[in-house]
Design a protein around this ligand. Sequence first.
Ligand code: UD1
Length: 364
Amino acid sequence: MAGTILITGGAGFIGSHLADELLAHGYRVRVLDDLTPQVHGGGERPEYLSSGVELLVGDVRDPDAVAKAVEGADAVVHLAARVGVGQSMYELAEYTAVNSLGTAVLLEALLHRPVERLLLASSMSVYGEGLYRAPDGSLVDGVERPREQLERGEWELDGLEPVPTPETKQPALASVYALTKYGQERLCLMFGSAYGIPTTALRLFNTYGPRQALSNPYTGVLAIFASRLLNGRPPLVFEDGRQRRDFVSVFDVARACRLALESDRAAGQVLNVGSGESVTVLEIAERLARILGVDIESEALGRWRAGDIRHCFADITRARELLGYEPQVDLEAGMRDLAEWLAGRTAVDRVDAATQELSSRGLL
Ligand code: UD1
């Protein structure tokens, strides 16, 4: 694979790192991005975006903008999406429009301008709850926590132990966001197979690192906690904070994306991209405070967020085998990268307003 890669949503957190990774490996990079205000504030070209990137400002739902963007591209990486799980539960039309319709518009443009490769960023959120093991050793797929259980403040799945989740786990779509991500996956793979375009969907686990939008209260939990701590306030932890996730460095994610573009074996596949390790949300808050040198403990709210799951972390065997993917940035090093980038940065803490927003809608 060589040539020009179009990254939709490439001015964002993951896309801009992927742009760096691709430029460093000799590709030309074009980005189509609408510079969404919730992420990009004033709508200017982000200063972190490499000057080597050709930026087209436009919406992925706009057929004209997309037609221009795909012109002359050899491959497309589709990242443009709305990404807040909680927010998706009340901005249903916006999430469905950007994520679902946007993908359809992009694929229609590819009918006229076929590419050699298509890569989609899907999400671990399509799994819902991860995979569990019962006391008798059998694997349990498809569990969920009924609302009444959560109302009693019983957060765990009784008697079940979480284990790494492989791609073979059945999807269980617990949020509008997850539904749109799963739809994007099926749409892209279906399209790829119908038109002979090798297509891969990567199910990204909780990606963190430099450039994650700090003042966006609907961004990933590490960026949210960082902006709380930098403002001298405690991170607010949902449930009891013992829910487990798989935090993967954005540098590893960018590398996995490049490997997927370059690998013939990845065509037609859905692949997990995580660190392969799990950590609790409480631990994340503690470690981040330590690395930032602030002595603030997190506050467990004892409330839950609609659409949230308890535990999910990746089994990355398939990505290892098919892509030769190996995570290189462990949590300690990744948090140090984040802390270095945070130094001297200001973050407007809008978490209270966002919490209020969810709460007033009965989503918390
Ligand atoms: C995140 C991404 C999603 C991505 C998925 C992949 C965002 C906004 N969402 O969803 O796009 O596809 O990872 O794994 O980046 N939590 C708190 N306090 C907070 C915020 C969150 O305790 O203030 C908890 C949540 O309840 C959850 C965990 O932290 O248990 C992770 O939440 P979050 O960072 O929003 O990630 P996901 O919902 O997993």
